[in-house]
Design a binder for this molecule. Structure first.
Ligand SMILES: O=C1O[C@H](COP(=O)(O)O)[C@@H](O)[C@H](O)[C@H]1O
Length: 238
């Protein structure tokens, strides 16, 4: 499988390397195309990289950021991925955020909102940053969830969908709106960031198995590697 793996001595080194890569992506995209579009994982792992990136002197007015997935909660809720992203990028003057969900987090209206929003940002992502849970979910593509097979279909025509994890994860027990695999792989590069030996062992198991419904993370990375060879990077540290 054509995933390019980068191992770092610690989480700080991972954050610095990922921020430097994303800075290069943004410089190249804004210089050559005049704008840049990133899809960024929620959760805790990538936040230090986002904070480092936000401090870089870029023309942030040309950059649009969106979450890879969102919990269906109000935008001021502590579990809201967009809320954390806005806080991490507070120093990035002029950056714009595109939300998958509506302000109050209503799941049904959020699913409609995501489709409309994505039709306005239809171009390839300059980069996608993914995270991974210990259950091998990535974005909000959760193993065992109803609708997962359709959401993982790389030839699917839907850009985002509602996923209700089953069971709901205790740390964020909410319905979700997630980008589908088909949308995630329309990217110039995909970076998966993970820390901890336990998550790394899960990724190894995912890599060895051929079971997309059990290991959605592998399904997305494989699809992205087939779509854009040489574009899939794994960043990990203990
Ligand atoms: O629920 C989610 O979890 C994953 C992993 O989060 P982390 O806190 O373990 O880094 C994240 O990638 C995803 O975007 C988020 O919604």
């Amino acid at each position: 499988m054509a995933w390019i793996e980068h191992r770092y001595p610690d989480a700080d080194a991972l954050a610095a390397a990922l921020a430097a890569r994303l800075e290069d992506v943004l410089r190249e995209a804004t210089a050559s195309r005049g704008h840049a579009l990133l899809a960024l994982a929620g959760g805790r792992t990538p936040l230090p990289a986002y904070r480092l990136l936000a401090a870089r002197p870029l023309d942030w007015r040309k950059v649009v950021l969106m979450p890879t997935d969102e919990r269906c909660v109000p935008h001021d809720h502590p579990a809201c991925n967009l809320r954390e992203m806005r806080a991490a990028f507070a120093g990035a003057d002029g950056v714009r955020f595109a939300s998958l969900t509506v302000d109050d987090g209503d799941p049904e209206r959020s699913a409609v909102n995501a489709g409309t929003m994505l039709s306005q940002h239809a171009g390839a992502f300059d980069a996608v940053v993914l995270g991974m849970g210990k259950d091998a979910h990535t974005a909000s593509l959760f193993p065992g969830a109803e609708g997962l097979a359709a959401a993982l279909d790389p030839t699917g025509t839907t850009d985002a969908c509602r996923i209700d994890p089953e069971p709901l994860p205790p740390e964020a027990p909410f319905p979700r709106i997630t980008l589908t695999a088909a949308r995630l792989l329309r990217a110039r590069a995909v970076h998966l960031a993970l820390t901890g030996a336990d998550k790394h062992a899960v990724l190894r198991a995912a890599q060895a198995a051929s079971d997309p419904l059990r290991y959605p993370v592998a399904a997305v990375l494989d699809a992205a590697a087939r779509h854009t060879p040489g574009s899939v990077h794994i960043h990990w540290s203990e």
